[in-house]
Design a protein around this ligand. Sequence first.
Ligand SMILES: [Ca+2]
Length: 395
Amino acid sequence: MKSRSAIIPVFIAAFLFSCGENGKAKAEIDQNAAENDSIQETVSVTIPEEQLTTAEYEYEVVVPDLQIAWGMDFLPDGSMLITEKSGDLIHFENGQKRQVEGAPSVYNRGQGGFLDVAVGPNYESDGWIYFTYSSEAGEGEGGNTELMRAKLENNQLTNKEVLYKATPNTTRGQHFGSRIDFDTEGHLYFSIGDRGDRDVNPQDLTRDGGKVYRLNLDGSIPQDNPFIGEAGAKEGTYSYGHRNPQGMIFNPETNEIWVHEHGPQGGDEINVVKKGANYGWPVVSYGINYDGTSFTDETTGPDFEDPIYYWVPSIAPSGFVYVTSDKYPELKGNLLVGSLKFQYVEHMRLDGKKVTAREKILEQIGRVRDVVQSPEGDIYVSVEGKGIVKILPKQ
Ligand SMILES: [Ca+2]
């Protein structure tokens, strides 16, 4: 095992805690602990930024006047479904926003609320749309992440079916996940974060939280999931030891689900999701606590799957795209990641499963909550307090 390899200055810890995932809490810095924790080694997986593209990018606001548009996806007619974290589902069609009736009631607390929306892979034949949100359903005070599918008819959600509800409810406001994506073999994947209970949830297969789940499109559990038949196991679990994944893609080159996840200070990661794998949280991490103290000396170990990339400092990633569009030749085949904390979109050049270079685009645009590619190949970015913008290569 090697030891942690990042240097995290105290002022960055303070900045991150005030501007990152939550954006509300104040940092309480333990200066002595932070100084003691500065280990000077070469970082092997994280790389500096550079100018990658000769193209420059600008944007136009397509959907104005949104607060926190947490998730978005496109129907085959080109119209857009948008979740507002506070609970509204919006259908944006022909330049007009309409509030969809019958959206699920959400537990809008901390990082929870109306989360992702994903139009199903067989939408044109079956009409299913998938949603994640935090829900108070079930026993106990508070909420936890829930997955629903429903159909959209006459501006109403109909045929609503709850496919998964994580337990137990808790009043903690942290780490609900949650992104939804699909492979090409009839599976849905979604993420739930550790719910602010890192010492209990992520490493325990009998508990929800800190997991990536794999279900069939009707919500049933695939019989080849890795923990089928294990005593007490949450059998929807596909991988575990995650902290708070808020970005998920299906990589069409490798046929894999990839996630990025918020780490602690200096430990945001990109992980290739493998069946039954343990991503280590909180036993191993490249990060330290936001107050500057250390919770583990280990960054890796034989029982754990390493990230393919980690960020130092943390960028607070949200939204993830593998670009396949011909409209952005210099982005094609690469990754885009939104940064809540530093308020830009990160372009990461990929060589197979290796990030070889990175740069910022749309700098200072605002807290980026989601990034998607439309069926027409346009890239849309949700920016908190601004709305949804389309990226345009500068002419
Ligand atoms: Ca990890």
